[in-house]
Design a protein around this ligand. Structure first.
Ligand SMILES: C[S@@+](CC[C@H](N)C(=O)[O-])C[C@H]1O[C@@H](n2cnc3c(N)ncnc32)[C@H](O)[C@@H]1O
Length: 468
C-alpha cells in the first residue's frame, strides 16, 4: 500500500539553499527544501521525498507572502528552467548570497565571518548575458493553462529553453530578458521562417529533424555572432535560411553554421563553417581585447567579469616585479587581463581548446610576458614546473565548482607563496579549501561578487597571505 504523504502547515521559509531551493525548518528541526517559495513566505507543503532529517516538499498553499517578493519581470518565469529567483527582490537576492558566503566561512572554514565584504551587485541585473543557447524540439512544453483551455494546440515544435528536468521538452521563448533584445528578434524571426517554410524541428528521441540548436553571442559594443546548428545536411534549406538571416539582420557580424548529425549536442568536435562576416567577435575587458571564436569559452557576464578581475588584481597586490601563476586559467582571461601589471604570468588549464584561445589572444594583444600549459593542475604544478618558471610571488586560482584537489592544496602548502588569491563559484568548496590552506596562509578578506542575478550562483574571491 502506498504510504500517505506527510503535510506540514505554516512552514516559515528562512533561507535559500544550494541549487536555489527555498528552505525552512520545522519545530522538530526537520529541514525542508521547497520549490517556488522565497524567504519570508509562510506555506503549507506536501513532502514528496525524505532522507534522514532532510525533506523535499511542494507548496500546497501560500499562507503569507514574503515582503521580499516582487513581480517577476519575465513572461516565462516559473515555466522556463532559468532565472529562478526573479520573484525575489534583487536586494534580497544579494542579501541571501552574502549570507551564504558568510555561513560557509563561519561553519566550514571556521573563520570569523566579518572578513566577508559586502557583495558587489550587478548594476544591470537584466540583459547581462553575452551567450544564449536555444534548442529546437518537436516537443513543445504545454502549460496547464493551455492544456485545460480547450483551445486547439500548436504542436509544430518549439524554439527556446529546456523545461527544468525535461531533456526533450522545450519552453517556447518569445522574450528573454537576459540578452539585448536583438536576441529575441533573431530567434523569433528564425522560428517564423522555419514554420512558414515547413522546416522540421529536431526530435531528440528519434534523432531526426533539420533545426537543432542555435547559439547567439554578443559583445558590449554590439557585435553579434549567430551559430545555427542543423541536424541534417540539407544544403538548399540551410543556405536559404542563412541568406535570409544575413539580408534581414545586417547587425549580425559573424554568421556561422554547423551540421550535427551525432547523437549528442556538443559542437566541439565538429567543423563550424563561417557563412558571412568574421568567424569571431571581439570583447574588450579592461585593456585586453579577447577574440571570441565560434567554439571559445568566455565569461558570460563581461561587465561583472571586469569587477571580479579587479578584485582579484587588488587582492593579489600586483607589482611589475611579480611572477604569477594563474591556475585553472580557462582561456587565460585573468592571466591576460593582469599581464600588463606583472613581470610574467603562467597559466594552467586542462582543456586544449581553451589554451589555444589563450595563445591566440596573447598574440592578438601583442602580449609577450605570458605562457600557457595544457594539463591537470594536480599533475603539472610540481617542483619541475616551479624550477622551470621560477617561484611564484602570487598564485591566482579559479577552480571549478568541486574546488581544488587535495594534492593541489598540499602543493600550495608546500610552495609557501607570499600571496594567494582564490576565486570560486562555490562558497562551500572554497571554504573547505580555505580551512586547509589556513594552516600556513592567513585569510584576510573574502569578496562575494554577483555574476548571475536571478540565479543561486555566487562567485567569491578570497585574499590570502603567507603567515609570518
Ligand atoms: C571556473 S573556470 C576558470 C575560468 C577562468 N579563470 C576564466 O576566467 O575564464 C575553471 C577552469 O578550470 C578548468 N579545469 C577544471 N579542472 C581542471 C584541472 N584539474 N586542471 C586544470 N584545469 C582544470 C576548467 O576547464 C575551467 O576552464
Amino acid at each position: 500500500m502506498a504510504r500517505k504523504k506527510k503535510s506540514i502547515s505554516d512552514l516559515l521559509i528562512t533561507g535559500i539553499a544550494d541549487k536555489g531551493k527555498a528552505v525552512g525548518r520545522t519545530e522538530s528541526g526537520e529541514v525542508v527544501f521547497v520549490d517556488n517559495a522565497v524567504p519570508g513566505d509562510i506555506v503549507d507543503v506536501l513532502v514528496f521525498r525524505k532522507k534522514k532529517s532532510l525533506s523535499q516538499a511542494a507548496v500546497t498553499a501560500y499562507k503569507k507572502y514574503s515582503q521580499d517578493r516582487v513581480q517577476a519581470p519575465c513572461i516565462h518565469f516559473g515555466i522556463c528552467g532559468g532565472c529562478k529567483w526573479q520573484h525575489l527582490s534583487y536586494e534580497s537576492q544579494l542579501k541571501h548570497k552574502q549570507q551564504t558566503v558568510k555561513d560557509s566561512i563561519r561553519r566550514i572554514a571556521k573563520l570569523v565571518d566579518d572578513i566577508v565584504q559586502p557583495i558587489i551587485g550587478c548594476d544591470n541585473n537584466l540583459l547581462y548575458r553575452n551567450k544564449l543557447e536555444y534548442s529546437f524540439s518537436t516537443k513543445r512544453w504545454i502549460t496547464h493553462e493551455e492544456a485545460s483551455s480547450g483551445d486547439i494546440l500548436d504542436h509544430r515544435g518549439a524554439l527556446g529553453f529546456h523545461r527544468a528536468g525535461f531533456f526533450d521538452k522545450i519552453v517556447e521563448i518569445n522574450q528573454c530578458l537576459l540578452q539585448d533584445d536583438l536576441t529575441n528578434q533573431i530567434r523569433n524571426y528564425v522560428r517564423g521562417y522555419v514554420l512558414s517554410h515547413s522546416y522540421t524541428f529536431y526530435d531528440i528521441k528519434a534523432h531526426q529533424g533539420l533545426m537543432r540548436n542555435m547559439i547567439i553571442r554578443n559583445t558590449t559594443d554590439d557585435q553579434w555572432m549567430v551559430i545555427m546548428i542543423f541536424g541534417q545536411n540539407d544544403m538548399d534549406k540551410i543556405m536559404a535560411l542563412l541568406a535570409s538571416l544575413k539580408s534581414d539582420f545586417p547587425q549580425i557580424s559573424s554568421l556561422n553554421y554547423v551540421i550535427n548529425e551525432k547523437m549528442n549536442d556538443t559542437i566541439f568536435d565538429l567543423e563550424v563553417i563561417n557563412y558571412a562576416g568574421a568567424p569571431y567577435i571581439v570583447q574588450a575587458l579592461g585593456l585586453v581585447k579577447y577574440r571570441i571564436g565560434q567554439k571559445s569559452f568566455f565569461q558570460t557576464n563581461p561587465t561583472q567579469a571586469v569587477k571580479l578581475f579587479e578584485v582579484a588584481a587588488r587582492y593579489a597586490e600586483l607589482t611589475l616585479d611579480d611572477n604569477v601563476y594563474d591556475l585553472y586559467t580557462g582561456l587565460g582571461s585573468i592571466a591576460l587581463y593582469i599581464s600588463g601589471r606583472v613581470r610574467h604570468v603562467t597559466g594552467i588549464e586542462e582543456i586544449p581548446e581553451a589554451i589555444a584561445d589563450a595563445n591566440l589572444n596573447m598574440a592578438f594583444n601583442g602580449i609577450k610576458n605570458a605562457c600557457f600549459y595544457t594539463g591537470d593542475v594536480k599533475v603539472l604544478l610540481n617542483d619541475d614546473f616551479v624550477e622551470k618558471h621560477g617561484k611564484a610571488d602570487v598564485i591566482i586560482t579559479d577552480p571549478p565548482r568541486a574546488g581544488m584537489h587535495e594534492d593541489v592544496i598540499n602543493t600550495l602548502l608546500a610552495l609557501k607563496v607570499p600571496r594567494l588569491v582564490y576565486i570560486s563559484c562555490n562558497p562551500a568548496t572554497q571554504a573547505r579549501d580555505l580551512a586547509l590552506l589556513s594552516d600556513i596562509y592567513e585569510v584576510l578578506e573574502v569578496q562575494p561578487v554577483d555574476m548571475f542575478p536571478h540565479t543561486h550562483h555566487i562567485e567569491s574571491v578570497a585574499k590570502l597571505k603567507l603567515k609570518n
